[in-house]
Every structure is written in structure tokens, then in C-alpha cells.
Ligand binder design. Structure first.
Ligand SMILES: C[S@@+](CC[C@H](N)C(=O)[O-])C[C@H]1O[C@@H](n2cnc3c(N)ncnc32)[C@H](O)[C@@H]1O
Length: 283
């Protein structure tokens, strides 16, 4: 007997818990100045439940009260609500396909690539390495944005923890890299980091995909593993913005678990490669 492709969804939370979560989300949004109302409720709950024990509060209402009084607790909650997990060349087959498509950027006089929701930068450095290997790093202007200023600062530092290096190297080779990843790194004050030349022209900025507008037109947008945390209306809003920011014939990269299902413009894209979430805008 074959297994179902996905585990069954968890049971829906009780109406009382849903009401408590609504109040919690409103309260945290007001405290952080970030609107979390369009984030998927089930995913939020899953991530917040362990926090009830960790903060010894027991209920979301008590957790909100603690966050009001304790700035560090609020920062921890914000981290839970906007997951920052990332890695270099995440999903190697996706990046292999990107490696073949990225040459198309050479056909534009001033190509621009946007890494939206770039977290601590591993995705950004992956693209910068692909651009350098395609001889396009000097020509292509790259923009890296995220909701969180903290992770953007980490991305700008480009630090590599020694324990991550072998995973980074393996992912680089699996994604078709022929060189040596260490050639893109340097030791500085005893710490390993990506070579600063990889990001010298990158524009870093805080940007919220749900509340901020389009700020440029891009030939390539990578927005991976971000919209999956939004509810249907949130995904629709974010996809409207991505479509508005992508030039016709431009490329849009999503995460493996993401799709254009809730994009009002899904008919304007064609998927490239078998099953990989890389799309080209065809009109
Ligand atoms: C799971 S990480 C994905 C990082 C990277 N794109 C990748 O695929 O490895 C999600 C990132 O999206 C950011 N994010 C969450 N909500 C966002 C929003 N409304 N606008 C922009 N970025 C957001 C988070 O701060 C986090 O850094």
C-alpha cells in the first residue's frame, strides 16, 4: 500500500483557542509594529505552543502579558513567528535549474535580481556565486530584503560557522558547482566569512511583502519559503506584489512547498523544469 504524500492535517484548534490566538496576534502585532494577521494560524500555533512551556506562561493570554512587560520575551516571540531557517543552495536540483537559466540575465542591459525574505543570507550568497560563475556579478544588481533587520545584519556580515562549511560545500557541488567553495570565503579576525566582494554592490533593505509596495522592476525574483507562512489572502497579496515587480519574461523562484495556487496572476506564468518551483512570466 502506498503512503499518502502528506501527513493528515492536525485537528483544528477549538473555537476558544482560535479566539485567544486572534487576540494574541493582534496584541503582538501592535507591540512589534508588524502585522501578523495574514500569517497562517495553524503554523503560528504550532510554533507558539512550545513557547508556552519555555516561557512558563501556560496560555497565550499570559504569554502576551509577559511579552508586554519583557522586551526580550517579545523578541523571542517575533523570532518564533517569522522562522529564519535557511541554507546554501537549498534544494540542489532547484539551484541546478537556476544555474542553467541565470545566463538569460545577460540579455538585459541592466539586469536586477531580488532575493525577498533572504533571512541570514545563505540564499543571497548562493545567487551571488551563481552570478559570478556566469560572469554576471558585475552587471547584475542584487537586492536583498527581509522583514527582520536582525537577520539582514547577519546577512551583511556573511559569517560562516565552521560546522556549516561541509554542508555548504556539499550543497554547492550538488547544485552543479565545479569550483571550490572556499575560494569564496576568507578568514577575518579568526572568523570564516564569505568574501565581502560577493556583496559589495548588494542593496540590503527591510521590506515587508505584505504591507510594503513594489520598489523596482526585476528580471529575476527569488521568494523562497516565505509565502508558505501566509494565509490565502496573504499569499494573494504577496503574489500580486511579486507579479507587479517582475518584468515580462522574468523568472520567479519559490520554495519546494510553495506554488502559485493563490496568485491572482498564475495564468501569466509557465513552470520551467520538471516539478521545480521556478517560473517564467510569459505575459
Ligand atoms: C524560512 S526563512 C526562508 C529564507 C530563505 N528565503 C530560504 O529559502 O532559505 C523565511 C524568511 O522570511 C522572512 N519573512 C517572514 N515574513 C515576511 C514578510 N511579511 N515580508 C518579508 N519577509 C518575511 C523571515 O524573516 C525569514 O527570514
Amino acid at each position: 500500500m502506498s503512503l499518502p504524500p502528506f501527513p493528515p492535517p492536525p485537528p483544528a484548534p477549538s473555537p476558544a483557542l482560535q479566539a485567544e490566538l486572534t487576540e494574541f496576534v493582534k496584541g503582538i502585532s501592535a507591540l512589534c509594529g508588524i502585522d501578523f494577521t495574514r500569517y497562517q494560524r495553524s503554523a503560528l500555533l504550532r510554533r507558539l505552543m512550545p513557547r508556552l512551556d519555555l516561557e512558563a506562561t501556560g496560555t497565550l493570554t499570559a504569554l502576551l502579558a509577559k511579552a508586554r512587560a519583557d522586551r526580550d520575551c517579545l523578541t523571542r516571540l517575533q523570532g518564533d513567528m517569522t522562522l529564519h531557517v535557511t541554507s546554501m543552495f537549498r534544494d540542489a536540483t532547484f539551484f541546478k535549474l537556476v544555474r542553467h537559466q541565470i545566463d538569460l540575465l545577460a540579455t538585459y542591459p541592466s539586469p536586477r535580481l531580488w532575493v525577498a525574505g533572504c533571512s541570514s543570507g545563505e540564499e543571497l550568497y548562493s545567487y551571488r556565486i551563481l552570478l559570478r560563475e556566469a560572469g554576471l556579478d558585475k552587471r547584475c544588481r542584487v537586492y536583498a530584503t527581509d522583514l527582520s533587520a536582525t537577520v539582514l545584519a547577519r546577512a551583511q556580515q556573511g559569517l560562516i560557522e565552521p560546522y556549516q562549511l561541509s554542508d555548504h560545500e556539499q550543497a554547492y557541488h550538488e547544485a552543479g558547482g565545479q569550483g571550490n567553495l572556499l575560494d569564496y570565503c576568507q578568514l577575518h579576525d579568526g572568523q570564516l566569512r564569505f568574501h565581502p566582494s560577493l556583496i559589495e554592490d548588494v542593496v540590503f533593505s527591510v521590506h515587508n511583502l505584505l504591507t510594503d509596495g513594489s520598489f523596482n522592476e526585476f528580471q529575476f525574483i527569488s521568494c523562497r519559503n516565505v509565502t508558505m507562512y501566509f494565509d490565502e489572502i496573504g499569499q494573494e497579496q504577496a503574489h500580486r506584489l511579486l507579479h507587479q515587480s517582475l518584468t515580462p519574461l522574468g523568472h520567479l523562484g519559490l520554495g519546494i512547498g510553495e506554488s502559485l495556487r493563490h496568485s491572482p496572476h498564475r495564468a501569466d506564468y509557465r513552470q520551467l523544469g520538471r516539478g521545480e518551483p521556478l517560473f517564467q512570466r510569459i505575459r
